[in-house]
Design a protein around this ligand. Structure first.
Ligand SMILES: *Cc1c(COP(=O)(O)O)cnc(C)c1O
Length: 383
């Protein structure tokens, strides 16, 4: 016991890490011995289990979270001259998905307490060209969906969720995956569950789900297995799609991971409580606020640092603690400044926050002692 805690003090601690057990490995190996490596039975099985978990009618599996966002844009028929409102404090892929369809992303600012998309800023960005709003459940916390939905309804614009951080979370109104008209997920290794690479969209709209199933398969209406089962060779490409399919190996892994997700989210919430308790003694470091009634899935544990963030970052990395910064506001990336003329000053709250935020290590296999180690290192770094 004392040996392992001595080891823990110097062991590199990443900001996020997957949990894979022997059963997960066996599930993947079984698929490798079966007839179908892709477009096989595990895909529909994973989709059904995922839809049931969220409480959504439909789930469409795709090859990654970016493909999930792109598929939502396609389902809505987003195209050139359209505008899509996204928060600027997100991973670039949220905005890129609109650009893939030829549309213009319009950047909304975030709430200073939670860093979630600010409904008032969304409202101020709406124009006659606005065709969708994508809310991002930053760090794993569900956005203010009632306020966003009221704006979306008033202007008759679909409200979508980039829920890549928040799988397993929820609000009094329901689970993440049901809070917007379509909801995108990522199964990258640092995300709430992993299939290596992978993604999903949930929706209650059968027509959108069917459009996305065609989109992920080159725009072709039947897949390889459906044709084999029908004894038919004929197929038609009805739209321009992509190969955005998820393999059966990945879906088998996802099915196993999904069973463990509730337990993992609970553990993340415990670790967050521990961070909050221990950080009370470090006044220069403030965790982000949690909205009343929100069940936060804690993909990330983000704090604001009141002193020189770069120095704190460097010192923690130097002691093997994998802190990170999520994110540089997307409108400040050179591509967006060059292509869409965005510039500093457009989203002042996010721009200020991005100079102060730090993501601390957060993953289910973390020990309580790891939290203590991070908080001690932080206390020293800000002193
Ligand atoms: C991870 C992530 C994505 C993209 O998911 P990939 O699976 O890496 O393509 C999109 N949006 C957010 C907020 C993410 O965190």
């Amino acid at each position: 016991m004392s040996d392992s805690s001595a080891g823990a003090a110097s062991r590199p601690l990443p900001y996020g890490r997957q949990s894979i057990d022997e059963e997960d490995i066996q599930a993947v190996v079984e698929v490798l011995r079966s007839d179908w490596l892709t477009t096989g039975p595990k895909v529909a099985e994973f989709e059904r289990a995922f839809a049931n978990f969220c409480g959504a009618a439909e789930a469409v599996a795709v090859s990654n979270g970016t493909a999930a966002l792109h598929a939502m844009m396609f389902a809505l028929g987003i195209g050139p001259t359209d505008e899509v409102i996204v928060p600027t404090l997100t991973f670039a892929a949220t905005a890129n998905a609109a650009v893939f369809q030829g549309a213009r992303p319009v950047f909304a600012d975030v709430d200073p307490e939670t860093l979630l998309i600010d409904p008032a800023s969304v409202e101020s960005r709406i124009t006659p060209q606005t065709r969708a709003i994508i809310a991002v459940d930053y760090a794993g916390q569900p956005c203010d969906y009632p306020a966003l939905q009221a704006i979306a309804d008033r202007h008759q614009i679909p409200l979508l969720a980039d829920a890549c951080h928040s799988l397993g979370g929820g609000t009094p109104a329901g689970r993440v995956g049901t809070l917007a008209a379509m909801n995108a997920f990522s199964f990258h290794p640092v995300k709430p569950l992993t299939t290596g690479e992978g993604g999903m969209v949930t929706t209650n709209d059968a027509n959108w789900a069917s459009r996305m199933r065609v989109f992920r398969n080159h725009g072709i209406t039947t897949d390889h297995r459906q044709r084999e089962q029908n004894g038919a060779w004929f197929y038609e490409m009805v739209d321009l799609g992509f190969n955005y399919r998820l393999t059966d190996m990945q879906c088998a892994l996802g099915l196993r991971q999904l069973k463990k997700l509730p337990h993992w989210v609970q553990r993340r919430q415990q670790l967050a409580d521990l961070y909050r308790e221990q950080l009370k003694s470090v006044p220069a470091v403030t965790p982000l606020a949690v909205r009343a009634g929100a069940s936060h899935a804690y993909h990330l544990f983000v704090v604001r640092v009141g002193s020189d963030r770069q120095r704190v970052f460097t010192e923690l990395r130097g002691s093997g603690i994998g802190v990170n910064v999520h994110y540089i506001p997307v409108h400040l990336h050179p591509f967006y400044q060059r292509t869409f003329g965005t510039h500093p000053g457009l989203c002042p709250v996010a721009e200020t926050a991005s100079q102060q935020i730090l993501s601390l290590p957060m993953f289910p296999a973390m020990q309580d002692a790891d939290v203590e180690r991070v908080v001690q290192a932080l206390a020293q770094a800000v002193a």
